[in-house]
Structure formats: C-alpha cells, structure tokens
Design a protein around this ligand. Structure first.
Ligand code: V0V
Length: 144
C-alpha cells in the first residue's frame, strides 16, 4: 500500500536557520511552510529545484513548545533525522492492516498533517527504531 517515499523529517532547533543551511549548501528550495499547532511544530517542506510534483521532500521540523514531540526529541537526541514518511492512498486502511500485523499505531484515528494530509505513525519500537509516518495526501492535491 506504499505508493511513494513522501518525505524524510529532520528535527531542527531553528527553522529559518535550517532552511538557509539547506539552501546554501544543497540548493534546496522551499515548497511549503506551515504551523501545525496540534503537532507543536513549525515546519517547511524542501525539494530539489525542478522536481515539483515528483519529488521526495525533506521536512524540517522545529518545535513550538518544549513538551512537543520535536521538543522532546531535540532534548533527548539533538538535531537530526526524526522520521521517515511513506505515502499511502488510504491511511485508515494502511493503519488497520499494520495493526492486524501486530504493529502499534500511535493514533486511534488519523490526524491532520502537512497541507491537510491525513497522517498516522508506527511506533519506532515496532519499526526497527524508525518513526514511520503514513501520509494520505489531501484529495485536491494540496499536499504537494
Ligand atoms: C522517540 N524514540 C524514537 C523517536 N522518538 N526513536 C526513533 N525515532 C524517533 N523519532 C524512542 C525513544 O528514544 C525511546 O527509546 C522510545 O522511542 C520511546 O520514547 P518515549 O520517551 O516513550 O516517547 P517520546 O515521548 O519520546 O515520544 C516518542 C513518540 C512521539 C514517537 C511517541 O515522538 C510521537 O508521538 N511522535 C508522533 C508525532 C510527531 O512526531 N510529530 C512531529 C512531527 P528508548 O530510550 O526507550 O530506547 S509532525 C509531522 O510529521 C507532520 C505534521 C506531517 O508530516 O504531516
């Protein structure tokens, strides 16, 4: 049910500084920026130039609060890779299938992700130490 590698997420203490770092050293461009209050993040989606619509994105995640998922991750592990996100066509079906296989999903019901996508996560302890996100893009294509 995975249709693409949607994005890789990096926890950063300062979003603007991280955007500038990726622009200066790797030439990446900002495709999207938003604040997600529920997740406690200010985030940016970056891509390589000329790849719009087909790319795997880099998601820079900065905490809004110390007690958010990213705030806790930074305190414990420091800046670095925080998540791997697979794109799926139906996040509820994907979560149900993985639950049936004995994996723990973090949410009973999908939550709102970037650009009105619907998301859920597999617990990192059930996925080889990787926080795996499942992303169902918004139907209007706004997620890209
Ligand atoms: C924690 N652990 C991780 C981890 N976070 N391992 C790999 N990758 C990570 N990102 C380890 C941690 O070191 C512990 O290992 C163990 O998992 C359990 O940790 P915990 O202390 O019990 O739990 P917390 O409080 O650290 O929470 C971890 C979880 C939390 C994964 C439950 O981060 C969470 O709810 N994440 C989902 C939401 C999220 O990440 N939101 C921010 C991105 P030891 O020490 O016991 O061995 S928002 C987003 O992605 C959006 C909006 C989007 O893409 O659309």
């Amino acid at each position: 049910f995975v249709t693409a590698i949607d994005h890789v997420g990096i926890a950063v203490p300062d979003l603007d500084a991280a955007i500038e770092f990726h622009r200066t050293h790797f030439g990446l461009e900002v495709a999207h920026e938003e604040v997600n209050e529920e997740q406690g993040v200010r985030e940016a989606m970056l891509r390589a130039p000329g790849t719009a619509g087909t790319e795997t994105q880099i998601q820079l995640l900065a905490p809004l609060r110390d007690d958010s998922a990213i705030g806790k991750f930074l305190a414990k592990s420091g800046p670095g890779l925080q998540q791997l996100a697979y794109r799926v066509s139906d996040v509820d079906a994907a979560a149900a299938a993985l639950r049936d296989q004995g994996l723990r999903l973090l949410y009973d019901a999908a939550k709102r992700g970037t650009s009105n996508s619907r998301v859920n996560f597999v617990h990192p302890k059930d996925a080889g130490g990787v926080l795996v996100e499942l992303v169902e893009p918004a139907k209007d294509g706004a997620a890209h």
